[in-house]
Write a protein that binds this ligand. Structure first.
Ligand code: SAM
Ligand code: SF4
Length: 330
């Protein structure tokens, strides 16, 4: 088997698959209130095409972990079946889902039965008004129900991802962590990245990892967890001696590009070797013009060789990628 190795010796074993660019929320740091120009029906990979490309990754290129994301993956109709067919490729594959959890209360059981191992739920606040302000929708209760259903279905450890926004929810960091600890969810704060469709990100506006610690430390004793970070983006801390933990994903101020083991497949069949890549490799065109599995694997290998050493957000020459996070798959 060939491995997805780049010029710097990093090997991608973790595939993030975006199943749709559409979403039923409008998080202000992700997309504008009016939404985006969505991909057209036939631009999006079919269920068969998704499963075929994942199979090539697993059988020929050493992919060991698959995370379905979007847009919002729960709005993709064939999701449960895609999960079931992916797990059937290799029962030892780790399968997870990154979701806003709207509707998860209805599907958590079916997803677990289909072979999903874990979920990461995005939740930035437990205050209904702030939730509405950030997501432009009044759906906090659905997220809470989705989290409970995921835990009951055994999709754990349930992780919660939160982005803090200055003057909006950054004063709620302590409250959010306490809420997650009480319910057994593992909270991870993520630094806001320049990946929004509106290009509204600014370094000054972003709440940094240091600021996150400054908000948590008056209330909690945080000690680095013993387990090494490895390729995991989150730095983990024991809270008040444990066993509860909190993670901080400091993609901007403490980049972990040197340990990256990820590669992405967009909903329209493009391989991206990095969230911040400026080039994509079109596997959909190849696949639809009759490429063999070996051809597809070869194209994928070539796409990895172009992976840059780092995202370069701090470079004066940094350019935000053309596609926003919701279209790439976060
Ligand atoms: N809709 C799903 C969700 O929200 O979990 C999956 C896709 S979403 C793009 C994946 C993750 O990216 C979410 O946790 C979201 O908070 C995060 N995200 C979106 N835009 C971001 C940005 N500009 N900076 C940092 N994280 C962002
Ligand atoms: Fe939708 Fe996720 Fe983007 Fe929020 S972060 S608008 S839930 S894709």
């Amino acid at each position: 088997m060939k491995l997805l190795e780049d010029r710097y010796g990093r090997v991608a074993t973790d595939l993030r698959v975006s199943l749709t660019d559409r979403c039923n929320l409008r998080c202000s740091y992700c997309m504008p209130a009016e939404g985006l120009e969505w991909l057209l029906g036939d631009e999006v990979l079919s269920d068969d095409e998704v499963v075929r490309l994942v199979r090539v990754g697993v059988e020929q290129l050493g992919i060991r972990e698959v995370r379905f994301t979007g847009g919002e993956p729960l709005v993709r109709r064939g999701l449960v079946e895609i999960v079931r067919r992916t797990k059937a490729l290799d029962p030892t594959l780790e399968l997870s889902l990154t979701t806003n959890a709207l509707g998860l209360a209805r599907t958590a059981g079916a997803l677990a039965a289909a072979g999903l191992d874990r979920v990461n739920v995005s939740l930035d606040t437990t205050d209904a008004e702030t939730f509405h302000q950030i997501t432009r929708r009044d759906r906090l209760h659905d997220v809470v129900a989705g989290l409970e259903a995921a835990q009951a279905a055994g999709l754990g450890p349930v992780k919660v991802n939160a982005v803090l926004l200055r003057g909006v929810n950054d004063h709620q960091a302590v409250e959010l962590l306490s809420w997650c600890i009480e319910r057994g969810y593992e909270l991870r704060f993520i630094e806001q990245m320049p990946l929004d469709a509106q290009h509204g990100w600014s370094r000054e506006g972003m709440i940094t990892a240091d600021e996150i610690f400054a908000r948590l430390e008056p209330e909690f004793v945080l000690v680095p967890a013993a387990e090494p970070r490895g390729s995991a983006p989150a730095e983990l801390f024991l809270v008040n001696g444990g066993p509860a933990t909190v993670g901080v994903i400091a993609s901007v101020t403490r980049p972990f590009c040197g340990d990256c083991d990820r590669v992405r497949l967009t909903a329209d069949g493009q391989i991206r070797n990095c969230l911040f890549a400026r080039e994509e490799s079109d596997l959909r065109a190849a696949l639809r013009s009759g490429a063999s599995d070996e051809d597809l694997a070869e194209r994928w290998l070539i796409a990895m060789r172009g992976k840059r050493a780092g995202h370069g957000i701090d470079d004066p020459s940094f350019l935000q990628p053309d596609r926003p996070m919701s279209a790439i798959g976060g």
